[in-house]
Design a protein around this ligand. Sequence first.
Ligand SMILES: Nc1ncnc2c1ncn2[C@@H]1O[C@H](COP(=O)(O)OP(=O)(O)OP(=O)(O)O)[C@@H](O)[C@H]1O
Ligand SMILES: [Mg+2]
Length: 360
Amino acid sequence: MLDRAPVAADRRYLDVVGVGKSFRGTRVMSGMDFRVERGELVSLLGPSGCGKTTLLRIIAGLMDADDGAVVLGGRDISRLPAHRRNVSVVFQNYALFPHLTVAENVAFGLRARGTPKAQIDGPVLEALALVRMDSFADRPISALSGGQQQRVAVARALVVQPDLLLLDEPFSALDRKLRETMQVELKTLLRDRGITAIFVTHDQEEAMGVSDRIAVMNAGKIEQFADPSMLYARPASPFVMDFVGLSTRISGKVSAVQDGILTLSTAYGTLSAPGDLPIGSAAQIGVRPELISLGAGENALSITLEDAMVLGSKTVLHGRAEDGDRILCELPGIRTGLSRGESVTLGWAVGDTLVYGGGA
Ligand SMILES: Nc1ncnc2c1ncn2[C@@H]1O[C@H](COP(=O)(O)OP(=O)(O)OP(=O)(O)O)[C@@H](O)[C@H]1O
Ligand SMILES: [Mg+2]
């Protein structure tokens, strides 16, 4: 059921309620509840095939849900065709018309709505100015770089003043540098205009960088929906922990519980973590690598180094035990004198230790 308590009614904007979808008898989504507040930039983050595009298409009206409802601004739009929803979509492949100019591409949505000619040029130039492409208005699309085409696609989506903007991996075809520039530009643009948007990506850093909140999806379900820092610091499941950043992972078993602190026996000895699990149960223990330092801490373990990678801004230590646990430690800056085969002790705080019930 939808939890209605935390958000004041006037801030509620998009409500996806109990949406389900099957393709040829295979269920890819069921009971999907998803809420976006007015003016928020929310990312859908998850591995390939988890249902991100499906959810976006259902919200846009490009695909019918089998059950559930999509409510936008208090109005049930589930039965409205896509062109009457006032929801704009920017696709991964831009989907621009190559034989039209930049301005004609941006004008397309207004023309399709029957906007009088006199009311087209102004908004088109304004939308192009927003993405700093106004001086390219008369160029053919084929004479633009990938990043410029992506800007035009964003202008085309914005010119109709959508109630909701959906972006499906809009930057995935761009190189890393340009991607980062576009991320900052998009975020600033949406903030300044107060546009509510949903951004689909399977790139964790991109999601962390642009979003107010992130919904981590796995196999047609949202595993956690939280702001980036919460998601990183307090992942709700091992899946989220692994999907959002790297971590050291150790298997263990609960041997004692006292005052909210678990004692866990592991292949490396005893570790402690805040949590509440039954004695005797299997557990997965996680720590973010940058919270681990050289030398013993409240928690400590000794490993033989498999590798020490000096990356400039950080030095990454790798270790692995025979049972497959992955030990990762990131030390700030350049650390020399650590090499493969060396034994080291690593330590971290009990409060920084994540723990989940269940086996690996
Ligand atoms: N038209 C379709 N017919 C049959 N199956 C489909 C169709 N569209 C999507 N699916 C299936 O539904 C599931 C979700 O697909 P979806 O495209 O939503 O994933 P995604 O999260 O967007 O993945 P990606 O990151 O690769 O784009 C997948 O298993 C996919 O194979
Ligand atoms: Mg997709």
